[in-house]
Design a protein around this ligand. Sequence first.
Ligand code: KIV
Ligand code: ZN
Length: 524
Amino acid sequence: MQVDPNKVFIFDTTLRDGEQSPGASLNHREKLDVARQLALLNVDIIEAGFPIASPDDFAAVKAIAEQIKGPTIAGLARCIEKDITRCADAVMPAEKPRIHVFLATSKIHREFKLKKAQDEILRQAAGSIKLAKSFVDDIEFSPEDASRTESDFLAQVVEAAIDAGATTVNIPDTVGYSIPSEFGDVIKRLYDTVPNIGLARIHVHCHNDLGLAVANSLAAVQAGARGIECTINGLGERAGNAALEEIVMALKIRKEEFKGLYTDIKTERLYKTSRLVSQLTGMNIQRNKAIVGANAFAHESGIHQDGMLKERSTYEIMRPQEVGIEDTDLVLGKHSGRHAFKHRLQQMGLVLNEEEMEKAYERFIALADKKKQIYDDDLLMIAHQEMTDAEGVYVLDHLQVSTGTDVVPTATVRIRRGDEVFQDAACGDGPVDAALKTIDRITGIHGKLVDFALQAITTGKDAMGEVSVRVQFESGPVLSAKSACTDIVEAGARAYLSCVNRMASLQQIAHSGDLEERPTEPTP
Ligand code: KIV
Ligand code: ZN
């Protein structure tokens, strides 16, 4: 089928590169929820994970390939046979499967990381693409650290990759080193020098170490690239990847400047997708973040407010509704029925089974009793809490704290694990400290709180307090989670317990020997 030359393909890598962001790990079910929402957003390609990385990654990519219809489903593989076959097994059930193989090409990576000469790199890349091609037709190749690769060698690699059967060649700025004029030139030079370039689509994949990921990606499409690899909220390794919402809105709002280039993204779904990813990963969005930050459409100064009242376009370059921010998202109240509740959750991309839906509905009614106005963010939090409880090894049953100016803060906690019930109490420096210490005593999993941030999720004194925590476990990863409640100590305890649950399932996988297959070579 003929592809419109003005269409820019959106390749979302939130579930692969984004999930590599420290603390942003998602469980299997959460990955499916994000993938479902990305399909609603109408991205062209979902990079669902790195199947060789762990059995859990493999299972998540396979489940996404089986269940998510619409976008192409890609899996990542190094140029190594076992990676490629594993990736093929995972993506094969998809309607449109893709294998994405990568190999570093820059001098610095060749000499220090791979210890390989240029001709070896060329052979390994071509051989791997051919192997991948024996499983699926749609093959993407990425010369890792392309932006720091010698231009002649990069051109040779791209030509060889296309000759070997790559249908997409992605040019990554892996370390976020490039600047827009230079990165645009990299792409232009490839179009000028690679004879078979017309046989593949050129993508770009920019990291944000200098804060230029979006600018570099846009310079690349102006120079001829037709695919952008990006993540929701700019999530990703170190300073992150190019933010999908910023790229899409820049192309939309400045369409003339981009000479009619466009994406197929349903922009009115951007905000919901952003909230879902933030909620599930536990990664907060900075208030002044472009497009989806809480202040992105807030006008504070008197002069601006006056201008807005006279004519919105004086200070507003896009309507909040275009990205899915409604004037009010107040939708449900205490008289809303189960059907409306379920429907609203589904619109947000969340699918709960019958039992979870019933429990979530009970939580919603309980909250509606305490709080007059229920917003989408409240609903998202309720549903996520229910999913977390359903997945978790440990479930918080009861929490009581006593605190005050002249008392030693003490917490009593009751936790369930299946049919077992545990109860304990501890003192602490404050009510949160006491609650978390008690959780540590009960679960035997000890975490160090490295971050504890509190914000109101919606407006009003009766708003739920949202607590985001980052927890460092002994000889383990840093994990993040969020929870919200009208009681902020309970919110903190629930968020902390989510991290403990995630740690417990990582420990279970490690004990069952599942992690033995983790790649020994560094991952991208
Ligand atoms: O940043 C990078 O180079 C990558 C590649 C695997 C595309 O993530
Ligand atoms: Zn990357």
